[in-house]
Write a protein that binds this ligand. Structure first.
Ligand SMILES: [Zn+2]
Length: 308
């Protein structure tokens, strides 16, 4: 009797163990916060997402630690941007010994932009190591929707048991992003075309500029941790004055001093920090991809209205 009971208990424990294993969410590791957020939105309760470069982090100059390698080793699926954005990722994946599939979120984008020749010529700093391909494709919502499609397809392939859930969430998100894209276009259209000029420190808005017809004057030769030379500052002041651009923006990452100095010397208006390559923390104004877009567009439109 006692033996039968303990055998029954053992069977019960085994069954519970098996069902718990089945219900365990898929472990997804994303290289940076924007991909992590899209994976969470498509994955819902079926995934747990770990992000290597955290909120307000700079993925261009990231220094991985052993805990990042461990996260990759334990992962069921890995998501990277590609287009040369995370130069450190290939070595880290190799070193981690992970067997997880690596998904390139940008694989389905419909347009690839290169940094302008003139910008490349001035690129003597070490901020962007990706040569002539512009990796910031998520700044166009049209391309962001392609990211969602690619991530959803990869989740369905890796975790077919929950394929319907991924498909439903991705479809809902796509509808939301289509509406957001229309909203961005409506907002930008409230600014007269000849006022749509902005200065930022970092070449992150190429896809945004292309999608929404805004001109970004990004001073190049400025590293996130370097002071520009007097010659570079003079060149930029001339850019501001000749372009009649008063909308200057900081970024949530990097050195704010360059833009502050430019504002002091030219009288240009400094807008709030834009979110380019990273989301904010949970309590910040850009905690999701959609919030990032709404926040940036609202700030850009307000500042561009002040251009002469
Ligand atoms: Zn960048």
């Amino acid at each position: 009797m006692k033996k039968t009971l303990s055998a029954l208990l053992l069977v019960a424990v085994m069954i519970m163990g098996a069902s718990a294993a089945q219900a365990e969410p898929l472990k997804v590791v994303a290289s940076f916060t924007i991909l992590g957020d899209l994976a969470k939105q498509v994955g819902g309760d079926d995934v747990t997402v770990t992000t290597l470069v955290g909120p307000n982090g700079d993925a261009h100059v990231f220094q991985p630690t052993p805990s990042d390698a461990k996260a990759l080793k334990d992962a069921d699926m890995i998501i990277i941007n590609g287009l040369g954005f995370e130069g450190w990722m290939g070595r880290l994946i190799k070193a981690s010994g992970t067997k997880a599939p690596v998904v390139t979120a940008s694989a389905g984008i419909t347009k690839t932009l290169t940094l302008k020749d003139t910008e490349d010529k001035n690129h003597d700093h070490d901020h962007h190591h990706h040569g002539s391909i512009d990796p910031h494709a998520w700044q166009s919502i049209t391309q962001g929707r392609m990211y969602v499609k690619t991530i959803a397809g990869a989740l369905q392939k890796t975790d077919p048991a929950n394929a319907n859930n991924y498909g439903e969430r991705a479809a809902k998100l796509d509808t939301e992003l289509a509406a957001l894209d229309a909203w961005v276009k409506t907002e930008i259209a409230t600014v007269p075309a000849d006022k749509r000029r902005v200065i930022t420190t970092h070449d992150a808005f190429g896809y945004f500029a292309d999608a929404y017809q805004v001109t970004f004057l990004a001073p190049t030769g400025f590293s996130t941790d370097d002071e520009p030379s007097a010659k570079e500052m003079k060149h930029l002041i001339q850019q501001i004055q000749s372009g009649k651009t008063r909308a200057l923006f900081l970024e949530s990452m990097g050195n704010p001093n360059i833009i502050k100095q430019l504002a002091a010397e030219t009288g240009a208006v400094v807008g709030p920090a834009l979110y380019t390559d990273a989301l904010s923390t949970e309590s910040g104004p850009a905690a999701t991809y959609q919030a990032l877009m709404r926040y940036n567009v609202t700030a850009l439109v307000k500042a561009m209205q002040q251009n002469p």
